[in-house]
Ligand binder design. Structure first.
Ligand SMILES: Cc1ncc(COP(=O)(O)O)c(C=O)c1O
Length: 482
C-alpha cells in the first residue's frame, strides 16, 4: 500500500483514491462481495482526509463499483461483472457451404505465440507456469528408469493400453461405458480431428460447423478440400438447433464438427438437452458427429458438463480430446473415441503418422493413475476462472463504450465484440507493432464476418507486464474508435 498520495489538489486526491481501489480490484486483492477498506483506515494509510475517501467511495458507488451497507461500510458489488454486455448472436441471412481460404494470417497467429517477447493474447494457449512441470518430470524420469525399453519403443495404434484404460475410466465418471479398445491415442486433438474428418468424409463433402468456429477446424476443412457450412450459434448455448435442422433438411451434409463445451472462441456451453437433440437429429439422418472436448475438464461451476457422446445410441459420435489445455501442450497427447468408425481411424492413423510418442504416453498414464491429474485440475480451474474474470473486468473498464464481452463458464478465452466501426485486422496489426498478440475475429469464419471481434487468450496469469499490454491494447482500440 502506498504511504501517501501525491500532495495535490483535493479533486486529484479523490481521483487517486478511486484509482487505488480500482487497482486493488484489478489485481484481485479485492473481489466482488468483499468489504472495502474502512474510511478511517484508508484515510490513515493514504494520508488523505476521511471526507476525500468518502467522496471517492460515493463516486465509485455511482459507477456501480461499490455499494454502501448501513452500519457496515462499503462493499465491492457482488455482481460487478454481471452487468457487462455479452456479444449478440449473429444470424446469417443465408448459409451456404463454402470453400475455406486462409492466407498466411493463420500460420502467423501460431508463430507470434511462440515469441516470448509478444504479449500472449493470441493463440488459445495455457501458460506452462500453471502446469505441474516438476511432478510430470518426476513421473517421466521414473518411467525411463523403470521401463527404459518401453519408453523408447513404438506403441502402434491404438496406442498404450494403460493410457487408454485411464481415459476409459474418465469416461466412466461421465456415466459412459467406452471400452479402452475403442479409444485411439493421437498426436494432440488436432490429429484426432483430422483423422476423424478423413474417416467420415471425402474431398468436396460438406461439413457443418458452428459459427464462430475454431479456425484450425476451418483450416483442416480447407486443406482436406471439404466445404464448411457455418450454422449460427448463440453466444451462451451454442449452435442454433432450428438453423441446424433447417440446414439438415435442405442440404446435403456429410458430417458435423462441433466444440459443445466452452467453444473456442465464443465460450458457449451447449445445455445437455441441446446435445441430446443434436445427436438424435444427426443420427436419424445417419450423419456422424465429430465432437471436440478439449475444454470440458476446465469448467468453472460445480460439475463437469457431459459430452455429446453420452447420448450416442447409434455409435456415430467421434469424441476427440487431448491433455494439451490441461496438462502439457508440448506432450501432444490426444485421443479419439470413434465408435463405429474406430477401424477407419486406426487405418488413417497407421497410414499417416503411425505411433504416438511412447515416453509421453507412459508418463501421462502414471500421472492419471496416481490421482495427481485430478488434484492439478482443481487448481487449474480456479486459476483460469480468476484470470478470465479479471480480464472481463479490465476489458469492460478499459475498452470503448459499446464493447461486449463473452461470459464463458469454462476454458480460458474471451470473445470480444468491439464497436462496429473498428476493424479487427487493424487492431491485430497495430497491436503486433507494439508486441501484443491478439486473434482477429475474421479468422473464425470462412465468410470473414466477425470483422469487429477479437479473441483474447486468458491462459496466462495477469503479471504487471501482461496487464500493461492489455492497457496498451485498450489504448490502440480507443484510438481506432475516435
Ligand atoms: C477447440 C480446440 N480444439 C483443439 C485444439 C488443439 O488441441 P491440441 O493442441 O491438442 O492439438 C485447440 C487449441 O487451441 C482448440 O481450441
Amino acid at each position: 500500500m502506498p504511504s501517501n498520495l501525491n500532495n495535490d489538489r483535493q479533486a486529484y486526491k479523490y481521483d487517486q483514491v478511486s484509482s487505488y481501489i480500482m487497482q486493488l480490484i484489478d489485481h484481485g486483492t479485492l473481489k466482488p462481495g468483499d468489504k472495502a477498506p474502512s474510511l478511517r483506515k484508508l484515510s490513515q494509510s493514504l494520508k488523505v482526509s476521511i471526507s476525500t475517501v468518502n467522496q471517492a467511495y460515493l463516486a465509485l458507488e455511482d459507477k456501480g463499483v461499490l455499494s454502501a451497507r448501513p452500519q457496515s461500510g462499503f462493499y465491492i458489488n457482488a455482481d460487478l461483472n454481471q452487468n457487462i454486455e455479452k456479444p449478440k448472436p449473429i444470424i446469417s441471412a443465408s448459409c451456404q457451404p463454402r470453400k475455406v481460404r486462409f492466407g498466411q494470417l493463420f500460420e502467423e497467429i501460431f508463430t507470434i505465440s511462440n515469441n516470448p517477447r509478444i504479449a500472449p493474447f493470441a493463440a488459445a494457449k495455457p501458460s506452462v507456469e500453471l502446469m505441474p512441470i516438476k511432478a510430470l518430470m518426476r513421473e517421466t524420469r521414473s518411467v525411463i528408469s523403470r521401463s527404459p525399453a518401453a519408453s523408447m519403443d513404438y506403441f502402434f495404434p491404438p496406442g498404450h493400453e494403460n493410457l487408454r484404460k485411464q481415459i476409459a475410466l474418465r469416461y466412466a465418471d461421465l456415466g459412459l461405458d467406452i471400452p479402452a479398445d475403442e479409444i485411439m491415442i493421437t498426436t494432440g486433438a488436432t490429429e484426432a480431428l483430422s483423422l476423424s474428418l478423413q474417416a467420415v468424409a471425402r474431398r468436396g463433402d460438406v461439413i457443418a460447423v458452428e459459427s464462430p468456429t475454431y479456425f484450425s477446424v476451418l483450416r483442416l476443412i480447407e486443406k482436406l478440400g471439404m466445404l464448411a457450412l457455418e450454422i449460427d450459434s448463440d453466444p451462451e448455448t451454442g449452435i442454433n438447433l432450428d438453423s441446424l435442422e433447417f440446414a439438415l433438411d435442405t442440404m446435403d451434409i456429410t458430417a458435423m464438427l462441433i466444440v459443445p463445451n466452452f467453444n473456442n472462441p465464443a465460450g458457449s456451453l451447449m445445455p445437455d438437452s441441446h446435445k441430446q437433440q443434436m445427436v438424435e437429429m444427426l443420427a436419424s439422418r445417419k450423419i456422424p458427429l465429430i465432437e471436440d472436448d478439449v475444454y470440458g475438464d476446465l469448467y468453472f461451476g460445480d460439475e463437469r458438463p457431459c459430452i455429446a457422446k453420452c447420448y450416442d445410441r447409434d455409435d456415430m459420435v467421434l469424441s476427440c480430446s487431448s491433455f494439451s489445455k490441461t496438462l502439457a501442450p508440448g506432450f501432444r497427447m490426444g485421443w479419439v473415441a470413434g465408435g463405429r468408425y474406430h477401424e477407419q481411424l486406426l487405418e488413417w492413423k497407421q497410414a499417416t503418422s503411425s505411433a504416438a510418442p511412447s515416453l509421453q504416453q507412459l508418463a501421462v498414464t502414471e500421472f492419471l493413475r496416481s490421482g495427481q491429474y485430478d488434484r492439478h485440475l482443481a487448481r487449474l480451474r480456479k486459476a483460469f476462472r480468476s484470470q478470465v474474470e479479471k480480464a472481463r473486468f479490465m476489458i469492460a473498464r478499459l475498452f470503448p463504450e459499446g464493447t461486449r464481452i463473452s461470459d464463458p463458464q469454462g476454458g480460458f478465452v474471451l470473445w470480444v465484440e468491439l464497436p462496429r466501426a473498428i476493424n479487427c485486422f487493424e487492431v491485430y496489426t497495430r497491436a503486433l507493432e507494439q508486441n501484443i498478440g491478439t486473434t482477429p475475429g475474421m479468422l473464425f469464419s470462412s465468410t470473414r464476418k466477425f470483422r469487429n471481434y477479437i479473441r483474447i487468450n486468458c491462459g496466462y496469469p495477469w503479471t504487471p507486464q501482461n496487464e500493461q499490454a492489455l492497457e496498451q491494447l485498450a489504448g490502440i482500440i480507443n484510438d481506432l474508435n475516435r
